[in-house]
Design a protein around this ligand. Structure first.
Ligand code: MRU
Length: 336
């Protein structure tokens, strides 16, 4: 991804990479501060995932893959390491997918670091292919709404929802992106806006509750979001607030796309009702930029994700192409 550093230098960098340890762009600090976070133990990686130094389903998976490599290099027990890494965030399916795939590779004798590197490469390639397949859906003149950050920060490079948008822009299409701010962690305002700005893609951040207004005005022509876990019937979990955007989009006849690699599909689940939803600390709602915004004594509720029923999804953009809800069985067969 193209990263513009605070001193104006431009670098091509992934959000997570290996350098004698696991190095991550610290997503807690962007856009005000650019700093790399270095994890030198499995516990450091688990902390980074839980505290959202790294976030976004595919990037969490890649960080966990490198975390397992770290454990193997140090001669630590892989089962314990996988348990520590798996006990961080319950919703993102890529985390568990990565732990299973990379652990199997290491246990079958592969060099741990190259097994994790191979996994990270596959995350980037799948994201690129999502961009290739999704780009034709983004017509010249599109005005696209996206929620949270499903960009390069969330997938090491390219993104899921942002990959077709990036490619459409590079092809010279005139597009405009409405970026939901995404309370309470502000992944849209802080991270998606930062990525779009670095690429010169025209955009504006809107308060979460403004999306319906712009749909009603006829200013949004399509919605593209990512996903954290997709059940076999197509119901999917994504950042809290996604569900209501999907409902309002359907009301206005606006196409609603979910961009995700196969590693985000959990074909063991029949429906979205079975997806575990992470509840995060209520202080994330109570405090804004370090100051308490709710009265002392009020409670807050902080679900990190919601579930959108498949009937609201126009199509799924994957590394294998575009699939409609009725075609997910075919996708499942391709995944095996
Ligand atoms: O809590 P986060 O920031 O990890 O949530 C991220 C999302 O909801 C993304 O939309 C999803 O992981 C897809 S990322 C390509």
């Amino acid at each position: 991804m193209r990263v513009v550093l605070p001193d104006g230098r431009v670098e091509d960098m992934r959000s997570v990479f290996w350098d004698d340890g696991v190095v991550m762009i610290d997503q807690r600090l962007l856009p005000g501060e650019f700093r790399l976070f270095r994890a030198e133990s499995v516990e450091d990686v688990a902390f980074a995932i839980k505290d959202m130094v790294v976030r976004g389903a595919p990037a969490i998976g890649a960080a966990a893959a490198y975390g397992l490599a770290l454990a193997a290099v140090k001669g630590e027990d892989l089962e314990g390491a996988a348990r520590t890494l798996g006990n961080t965030r319950p919703t993102a399916h890529d985390l568990f997918f990565a732990l299973r795939v990379v652990r199997e590779r290491i246990e079958s004798g592969r060099d741990p670091v190259s097994a994790a590197e191979e996994y990270a490469e596959s995350v980037v390639e799948k994201s690129r292919l999502i961009g290739v397949h999704g780009e034709p859906l983004v017509e010249d003149g599109s005005r696209i709404l996206t929620h949270c950050n499903a960009g390069a920060l969330a997938t090491l490079d390219w993104g899921t929802a942002l990959a077709p948008i990036r490619m459409a822009h590079r092809k010279g299409k005139e597009i405009f992106v409405f970026v939901d701010e995404t309370r309470p962690k502000l992944q849209g305002a802080r991270l998606t806006a930062w990525e779009l700005l670095n690429e010169g893609i025209p955009h504006a951040v809107i308060a979460d509750n403004a999306a319906g207004f712009y749909m009603w005005k006829g200013e949004i022509s399509m919605v593209i979001v990512g996903a954290d876990r997709i059940a076999s019937n197509g119901d999917f979990a994504n950042k809290i607030g996604t569900y209501e955007k999907a409902v309002v989009a359907k009301e206005h006849g606006i196409p609603f796309y979910v961009a995700a690699p196969i590693s985000t599909f959990d074909f063991s689940l029949g429906s979205g009702r079975e997806i575990p939803i992470e509840m995060r600390n209520e202080d994330e709602v109570h405090f804004f930029a370090g100051s308490r915004i709710t009265p002392e004594g009020s409670r807050a509720l902080n679900p990190a994700f919601d579930v959108t029923p498949a009937e609201y999804v126009t199509a799924y953009i994957t590394e294998f192409g575009i699939f409609h809800r009725s075609e997910l069985e075919k996708l499942k067969r391709m995944a095996h």
